[in-house]
Design a protein around this ligand. Structure first.
Ligand code: TZP
Ligand code: MG
Length: 358
């Protein structure tokens, strides 16, 4: 077998393993994603196994010292994690493509199947997209902490939702949801667009309740769906890769299913009795605790949350507390948001103190 052919295959096998190992470590240590870790490991092992059919001939042709390309390998500048994932995926994809082509040569095709490398390359394209999506969504869900205010147009009545949202933001809230059950879509869209501008300016997350089309139209940070809304996999298929999906759950079974289907957070409802939403049954604090202990994704608690039950909700493990009336039904919305936010922050701090394992 020609020496130069073996050198090309050897160099590309190294490129592939290095690129794949980087992606595997991101999936494993940064994203805690067992499925992608397993897939990447499988591809890496398959490539090595295929190339190993060439035996020791491969490594015996390695001559790194005299590789005229060694000096040309560029040292990467400071990069963000998404660019690193893409760069390493490209490294693996390019390496796979080169071996795929080399394996078409008669002398190589006797020992290696070009189609295997092509299949692996296509798998990496999909895995690269999934890794970037998971990372971008994780960056958003890391911000699901503290007070989450739902701008419910029903409870606001004739009051301007944008004015209310501005006060909520001035009160320090950085997670907002638009919830509308009564108006025409054209009206909801206009409100959503204004909310998006407001949230962008103040670095707050904007989540749209129910409406996938509106979430898409305004490029919202997230979509929130209930058990009777659009199924999660359908919504996921339509949304951009960096849009988070929150799912309401009233029991452990629904919460587990949502996480399995790829929800970015679960909202456990209703923790306490509430008159804000009709026909809402109480799930309770113990169910919240159980869901928090079972799931890995962030947990939002919702329903009847007021400043006097914040401590209990925090000690049950909620990451964020979603409220409507505790903020929007108060005379001074900004002050109410500020007070509730501080109460949650204090409670979280107390809850983290050593010896507090409630
Ligand atoms: N989903 C479950 S309970 C609820 C929603 C939208 C209403 C929460 O409102 P409040 O006033 O904070 O109890
Ligand atoms: Mg809904």
């Amino acid at each position: 077998m020609p020496t130069n052919t073996l050198r090309i295959i050897d160099a590309n096998c190294n490129r592939i393993s290095e690129g794949l190992r980087f992606l595997e470590d991101i999936a494993r240590f940064m994203l805690n994603n067992a499925d992608l870790t397993r897939q990447l490991k499988g591809i890496r092992h398959d490539v090595i196994k295929s190339v190993n059919r060439l035996g020791t001939k491969l490594i015996s042709q390695r001559n790194s010292v005299n590789d005229i390309g060694a000096d040309l390998e560029s040292l990467s500048r400071q990069q963000d994690m998404v660019s690193l994932i893409s760069a390493n995926a490209k490294r693996a994809e390019e390496g796979l493509r080169v071996i795929e082509e080399m394996a078409k040569l008669p002398e190589i095709s006797m020992v290696m199947d070009s189609a295997n490398f092509q299949r692996a390359r296509f798998n990496i394209y999909t895995i690269e997209k999934n890794l970037v999506s998971l990372l971008l969504r994780k960056q958003k869900t890391a911000r699901l902490n503290g007070l989450y205010v739902i701008i419910d147009t029903g409870i606001l009545g004739k009051n301007d939702p944008i004015d209310a949202a501005a006060k909520v933001i001035n009160g320090g809230v950085r997670i907002l949801q638009l919830r509308d059950k009564h108006h025409e879509k054209i009206w909801v869209l206009a409100i959503a667009q204004k909310l998006k501008d407001l949230c962008c300016k103040s670095d707050a997350l904007l989540i749209i309740n129910d409406y996938l089309d509106i979430a898409l139209a305004v490029d919202a940070d997230g979509l929130h769906i209930g058990q009777e809304d659009l199924p999660l996999p359908v919504a996921r298929k339509e949304l951009p890769i960096d849009t988070i999906i929150g799912c309401s759950a009233t029991n452990l079974k629904q919460a587990i299913k949502a996480e399995k289907q790829g929800a970015d957070y679960v909202a456990v409802s209703a923790i306490y009795a509430t008159s804000t939403k009709e026909n809402t049954s109480v799930t309770g604090i113990e169910c919240l605790r159980q869901i928090k202990q079972t799931l890995k994704i962030p947990i939002v608690a919702i329903g009847g949350i007021k400043s006097d039950n914040v401590n209990e909700v925090i000690s049950a493990g909620a990451d964020a507390l979603a409220v409507i009336s505790a903020v929007l039904s108060q005379n001074d919305i900004e002050k109410a948001a500020k007070r509730m936010g501080s109460k949650i922050a204090r409670s979280k701090k107390d809850n983290q103190k050593p010896g507090n394992n409630s």
